[in-house]
Design a protein around this ligand. Structure first.
Ligand code: PRP
Ligand code: URA
Length: 208
């Protein structure tokens, strides 16, 4: 059963309020995605598995822990790219894969148009990144494609989620833990998150 963690932090609420504002500039939007990404990264990496390690301090030897293997970050193109740098600030030696999805015009099913992942992904913790979890279609399909390439330990991190998307992930991928900045109210008739922030990719890259 997936564990769903919704962050609760005054700084996050402050930054999300600015991020949602339709008058926020592309530059400020980008900066805020970055700042919020760091807060989410801290939470999403809290329980990465460690190997016990001994360390010699100037005073004595003591037990510590070192990451088993560096994790792999996998942003979902495009908007997921905005979360890569803040995660790398927290885990600078992480590997980075990429996955791109688009909806097939006829079937409306997500189709993979790009996927480049480390070959040893099966041995690493994978953190899939996307600022928005709306219907859950993109995240669920991305996770499915990543699993087909051998990944076994996957978590998903996003900034804003709709309850509908969280339910889809819980049903399709009960083995995947989900880290959410904020859980919004619902989806509208165009599958946009309400209140949300509009189209994350367009606001991040200025393609409105
Ligand atoms: C956005 C967002 C997610 C997806 C969420 O990407 O970044 O990937 O929508 O919606 P879903 O949960 O209903 O699948 P979009 O498809 O707009 O592509 P873009 O990042 O290239 O703008
Ligand atoms: N994708 C977005 O970028 N925003 C939404 O609200 C839903 C899907």
């Amino acid at each position: 059963m997936s564990k769903v963690t919704v962050l609760n932090h005054s700084l996050l609420t402050h930054k999300l309020t600015l991020l949602r504002d339709k008058n926020t500039s592309v530059k400020d939007f980008r900066d805020l995605v970055y700042e919020i990404g760091k807060l989410i990264a801290y939470e999403a990496t809290r329980e990465l598995p460690l190997d016990e390690a001994l360390v010699e301090t100037p005073i004595c030897e003591t037990k510590g822990g070192l990451l088993k293997k560096q994790p792999v970050l996998v942003p979902i193109l495009r908007a997921g790219l905005g979360m890569v740098e803040p995660f790398l600030e927290i885990i600078p030696a992480a590997k980075v894969g990429h996955i791109g999805l688009e909806r097939d015009h006829d079937t409306h099913l997500p189709k993979e148009y790009y996927c480049k992942l480390p070959t040893d992904i099966a041995e690493r913790e994978v953190i899939v990144l996307d600022p928005m979890l709306a219907t859950g279609g993109s995240a669920s399909a991305a996770i499915e494609f990543i699993k087909k390439r051998g990944a076994k330990n996957i978590r998903f991190a996003c900034t804003i989620a709709a309850p509908e998307g969280v339910e889809v992930l819980k049903k399709d991928h009960p083995d995947v833990d989900v880290f959410v900045g904020v859980l919004d109210e619902c989806l509208n008739e165009n599958a946009y998150i309400v209140p949300g922030l509009g189209d994350a990719g367009d606001r991040l890259f200025g393609t409105l």
